[in-house]
Design a binder for this molecule. Sequence first.
Ligand code: SF4
Length: 326
Amino acid sequence: MVEDKPIDFTTLLQMTTETIALAFKRTERILASHSKIGCSVSGGADSDIMLDMLYRLDKDKKVEYYYIDTGLEMQATKDHIEFLKKKYGIEIKTIKPKVPIPLAVKKYGVPFMSKDVSRFVGTMQNHNFGFGENEKVKTIRARMWWNNESGGMFNVDTKPFLKEYMIDNPPNYAISEKCCFYAKKQPAHEIEKNYDLVCIGLRKGEGGVRASKKSCFEECGKGADKHYPVFWFLEADKKAYCNYFGVTHSRAYTEYGFKRTGCAGCPFNSKFDKDLEVLRKHEPKLAKAAENIFGDSYEYSRGYKKFRFDMKHKNQMRLFESEGEK
Ligand code: SF4
């Protein structure tokens, strides 16, 4: 049951935080100016708060809720979606991608390290690059990355010793970033066509690509506008919100101890080994599935971490030795 609470600006200011009070005001205005509204529910903590806020503001029941099941979701997340349906008495439609993660990985390749690294390496592999020291990369952007000509973050050397590692250990499996496209982006893009506004539980404080966004609202000429109701929330706002409105999170947080949810064991997470340890304890079948799907990438990433550690150590020793000779 959802406890009814006053959500007027003054009460929210007194009982919660200014960020929350402003988010309610802004979201109310944005909902009022759109008629077909979709809300992407992920089962994560930020999404929980967003859903609660929309539910309280959506007096005309204009909002439709959906959840994209990528094909590698925790049981904890699936159970939480069921809990949310009952708690709010709403329908949350499950969207299944045409190409879920296991199939995308099988067809196109395994993600490795990050989206950009996977994209560049995948392109190089598709053009039969053998990772030889003096070999030329055939495509422009991948060549610029490999030769450190892109400037800023799109150079291979932003990942210490990665190039040396790949030359010494050419990957013997296909690498690709495409599972994100097929399992997440494509289905999201498809369903967003049904709406003139889509709400997403994205928070600037989460970092990554989100941090580069400037506003909680994006007007999109052709497609649905985007609104991120919890965009400006900090941890203290989240806590204040949950306390006041009685929002609870999935057991992935409360029992497993995850700080964030998402695709189980994704190799883009540099701490995937820790995640796997937790999954083995709480969701052993899923841990096994992740190992089957991403195993090549786990092994290759562990090899890189060891290589990087050894190289750093070697360089330090060389430095000490040359200091000693002075
Ligand atoms: S987050 Fe990772 S596992 Fe999930 S779709 Fe993207 S690359 Fe694949």
